[in-house]
Write a protein that binds this ligand. Sequence first.
Ligand code: KE4
Length: 436
Amino acid sequence: MVRERSKALQVRAEKFLPGGVDSPVRAFRAVGGEPPFVERAEGAYLVDADGNRYVDLFGSWGPMLLGHAFPPAVAAIREAAGRSASFGASTADEANLAELVQRCFPSMEKMRFVSSGTEACMSAIRLARGFTGRPFVIKFEGCYHGHADALLVKAGSGVATFGIPGSAGVPNETVMHTLALPYNDLAAVEAAFESHPELIACVILEPVVGNAGTIAPDAGYLKGLREITRKHGALLIFDEVMTGFRLALGGAQELFGFASGEDAPDLTTLGKIVGGGLPVGVFGGRADVMNYLAPLGPVYQAGTLSGNPLAMAAGIATLSYLLTHKDAIYSKLEETTASIASGVAKLAAKQGIGLTTNRVGSMFTWFFTPDAVTDFASASASDTEAFGRFHRAMLERGVWLPPSQFEAAFVSTALGEAEVAIVLEAAKESLELMIK
Ligand code: KE4
C-alpha cells in the first residue's frame, strides 16, 4: 500500500505532538511500521489519508460497537450541536442517559458522568477510599484502568507491601498504597487482605481483561472476589469501560450473573461505547456509596465537560438502539466474531503456527504461543515479535488490528460475510508469509 500522505502527516504531527500522537499506542511502536492517518470511516471500514481502506478490527479501542458514523448517533450529535456544545449547567439529557445506563446496569443505583475511563476509575478509587476510610487499593497485573497516578503501578513480587511506580513522574508515595496482584489468583487476594487487615478500600479489576490481550476470569474467580471483599468490608469495583455494552448489554456483570443482588459489584466504571465515540466515562453503583460524593458528601469530584450535551446525545442514540435491537445485535456479534477468531485459528493450525485465541463475545486476541494464556505472565510469554509481523502483513492486506499484542480486537455490527472473507483471506496470506 502507498501511504505517502500519511508519512507527510506523521512528520507534521511530530512537530507539535510527542511521537506525533495523542495516545502512545497509536504510534505503532509495539508492532513496527508507520501508522496510517485516518481521514474518515464508515460502517466496518477506515479510510486513510491515501485512500486505502481497512476492515476495522479495533473500533477506536471499543466504542464503535455499531460501526463508524452510525447514522442515529451522527444525527443526534448534529442536532445537539445546533443548541451549543456545552453549557456547564444541568440538562435533561444527563438523567435521560443515566436512566438508559441503569436499565443496562441495574447495580448502578446512582452514577456520575465524566469525560474518560481514566476519570471514571480515578474517581471510583477516591470514592472507595473516602467511603471506607481505608488507604489501600488492590489491582491486578495486566489490568489497565487509565493513567491516574495511583493506578500506574508495576506488579510487585507476590504480595508486595508497596506498589512500584509504573511510569516516570509517579512518586513512590502515590502508589505505596496500591497492591498489584496476579489475575485469576484468589489466594494472592486473600493473603493481601490478611496482611493488610481493615486497610484495603477496594479491589478493582477488568472482569474480562482486555489490556493484556483478552483474558477471561477462571470459573469462580469473580464470585471469590465478591466473597473476599464482602468478608473484609472492601468495595468491589468492576471496571467495565471495555466490557460494558460489549459482552452483553449489561457487560460482564450481566454475562456472568452479577448484574444485581448480593453478588453485584459495589461500583462499576464505564466508558467507550456509552458515549458512542464521544468523550464519556461513568462511575456508579450503590447509592449509599455514591452519596458520599460532593455536593452531598465529603468526597470531591468535578469536571467542566462532565455530562456534555453532545456526548449525552450520542450516548442516548447509541444505548436506545442497543436496548431496542439487543437480541439481533449480540447474536450477530457472536456469529461474526466466532467466524473471524476461529477461522484464523484454523488457518494458523494448518500452517503449524502456535496460536492461542482468547475470546469472550466480540472481543478477542490472537496470542502467538501454543500455550494457554490465563494471566499477564503467560500473555507476556507469547511471541510479540511474531504478532508485530502479523499485524504489519494484515495491515498491508486491508485489515487493521489493534497495534499491540496486549490489546483486544473488537468486532462491530457493521462487519458481515464480506468482511469476514477479507479478514480470512488476508490472514491466510499473512500466516503463509510468516512461515517463509
Ligand atoms: P480512557 O481514559 O482511555 O478513556 O479509559 C481508560 C481505560 C479504563 N479501563 C479500561 C478497561 C480501559 O481499557 C481503558 C482504556 N483502554 C485503552 C485501550 N486498551 C485506551 C486506548 C489508549 O490508551 O489509547
